[in-house]
Design a protein around this ligand. Structure first.
Ligand code: HCA
Ligand code: CU
Length: 380
C-alpha cells in the first residue's frame, strides 16, 4: 500500500523561504526545525548554502542540532554547489535542473544530452566524495517537459545508479492528478527508484496531486507549513495531513498531530499572515457548525458532519449560537452546559425569540446566557 510508506520532505526552510514575506533568522529556523522534528516529519529541506552566508551557517546549525529528521539541501546541478553543500555535513542533496523548453531556453541553455552528461558527472563525483549521502535528482518543470526527454533523462539516471531518488516537480502548478499519477506510476515501474513529488498550487491541485503521487507509488512528498513558497506556494503540510487522515487515519498516526496548530501559527506570525478561515484543520471556522440541522446532528454524534476529529489536533468544535439559523437543540445543549434545567417548550420559545432578534443582529453568547438564566428564574 503506497500510503503506508511515505516520508514528508518539509521544505518550509527552502521553498518556504522563497515566499514573498518569509525571512527567517537562525534562531527561528532552529525553533521551526525542532517543532517539525517533534511533529515527526522525516526530512527537512534547507536553502542552498550557495544562496548566502547565513544560509550556509544555518545548514550547519541544523545538522548539529540533534534532530531525528534528516537535513537535506537543495542545489543546482553543478559540482561547485555540490561541493559547498557536502562541506556543511548535510545528510542529503536534492539536485534539480530545468527540463522544459521554457527553462532550457531561459535558464541554462543546455541540450538534453548535456543535461544527462552533467547529471552523470555531478552525481558520480558526489558519490566518490560521500558514498553514503542520499542523492535525489529532479527535473524542474516536469509537467511542461517533453515526455520523451524526461524518460531519456530518468532512465539514464537509473542506469548510472548514482541516485537514490527521482524528483518530479510541478513547478508552475499546471498538472492534474491524473497526469501526476501517470508520470509517477511510469517512473516507479521503469526505474524501481524512490520517487518524490513537489507540487505548486497555482491552480489549486497541490494537495490532490500529492495524493495522486502517493497512490501511484511515490515515496516522498514535499510540503511547506501553510503551503508557503514561490507565488502562492506548494502542498501545505496540514492539507496533506487532512487529505491522508480522511483516507485512513492510520496513514498519519506516525505524526504528532496536536502540534499542527502551533506549527501553522508560528509560520503565520513569522510571515505576518492570517491563517485563512478556510485552512485545513487550523482555519478559524474549520470546526464551527452553524445551521440548526447540522448542530442537532453534531450534538448527537460529531461524526455526522465531521470527517476530521478536532480532538485529534488538540482543537475543539464549536456550535455557533445567536444567529437566525439556530435550532433549539443548540440552546438545549447550552443550557445543559450552564447546568440549567429548562423544558423543551421553553427552549423552543426562546429559540423563536433568538431568531426574531437575530434577524436584526446576531446575539452574543452573553445575551444567550442571560436569556437562558432569566427563563430559569421565571420558571422556578
Ligand atoms: C526551485 C524550483 C522547485 C524545485 C523543486 C524540486 C520547483 O525553486 O528551485 O527540486 O523538486 O518547484 O520546481 O521548487
Ligand atoms: Cu517549488
Amino acid at each position: 500500500m503506497p500510503f503506508d510508506h511515505f516520508s514528508i520532505i518539509e521544505s518550509t526552510l527552502r521553498e518556504g523561504e522563497q515566499f514573498s514575506t518569509a525571512h527567517f533568522t537562525t534562531a527561528q529556523k532552529l525553533e521551526m526545525a525542532h517543532l517539525l522534528d517533534e511533529f515527526g516529519v522525516e526530512i527537512i529541506e534547507m536553502t542552498s548554502p550557495v544562496a548566502s552566508p547565513q544560509s550556509e551557517a544555518d545548514i550547519r546549525a541544523l545538522t548539529s542540532a540533534g534532530l531525528r529528521a534528516r537535513i537535506v539541501t537543495h542545489i543546482r546541478c553543478n559540482r561547485e554547489d555540490a561541493a559547498r553543500a557536502l562541506d556543511t555535513g548535510v545528510h542529503g542533496l536534492d539536485i534539480v535542473i530545468g527540463t522544459s523548453p521554457q527553462l532550457i531556453q531561459h535558464s541554462h541553455g543546455k541540450s538534453i544530452r548535456q543535461i544527462i552528461d552533467l547529471m552523470e558527472e555531478v552525481t558520480s563525483w558526489v558519490r566518490t566524495q560521500s558514498p553514503n549521502i542520499t542523492l535525489r535528482f529532479s527535473t524542474e518543470d516536469t509537467f511542461r517537459s517533453r515526455e520523451a526527454d524526461l524518460l531519456r533523462i530518468y532512465l539514464a539516471v537509473a542506469a548510472i545508479g548514482t541516485v537514490d531518488r527521482l524528483g518530479v516537480a510541478d513547478t508552475v502548478g499546471v498538472a492534474t492528478p491524473l497526469q501526476v499519477y501517470n508520470m509517477v506510476k511510469q517512473l516507479v515501474r521503469l526505474t524501481g527508484l524512490d520517487v518524490e513529488f513537489h507540487g505548486h498550487n497555482d491552480s489549486g491541485c497541490a494537495i490532490a496531486n500529492a495524493a495522486a503521487a502517493l497512490e501511484a507509488g511515490a515515496t516522498h512528498i514535499d510540503t511547506t507549513v501553510l503551503g508557503i513558497g514561490e507565488r502562492n506556494g506548494i502542498t501545505p503540510l496540514g492539507g496533506l495531513v487532512a487529505r491522508l487522515y480522511t483516507l485512513d487515519k492510520r496513514y498519519v498516526e506516525k505524526y504528532h498531530l496536536p502540534l499542527l496548530p502551533r506549527i501553522d501559527r508560528m509560520i503565520a506570525d513569522l510571515c505576518e499572515l492570517e491563517i485563512p478561515f478556510s485552512n485545513y484543520i487550523t482555519g478559524s471556522s474549520a470546526f464551527i457548525h452553524k445551521a440548526g440541522i447540522h448542530a442537532k446532528a453534531v450534538l448527537a454524534d460529531p461524526n455526522t458532519y465531521e470527517i476530521l476529529r478536532p480532538e485529534d489536533f488538540g482543537l475543539t468544535r464549536e456550535i455557533a449560537m445567536g444567529h437566525k439559523l439556530m435550532g433549539w437543540n443548540t440552546l438545549k445543549a447550552r443550557s445543559e452546559t450552564l447546568g440549567l434545567t429548562l423544558t423543551d417548550d421553553t427552549l423552543k420559545a426562546l429559540t423563536q425569540e433568538v431568531k426574531r432578534r437575530a434577524d436584526t443582529r446576531a446575539l452574543t453568547i452573553e445575551e444567550i446566557d442571560a436569556l437562558l438564566h432569566d427563563a430559569t428564574t421565571v420558571g422556578a
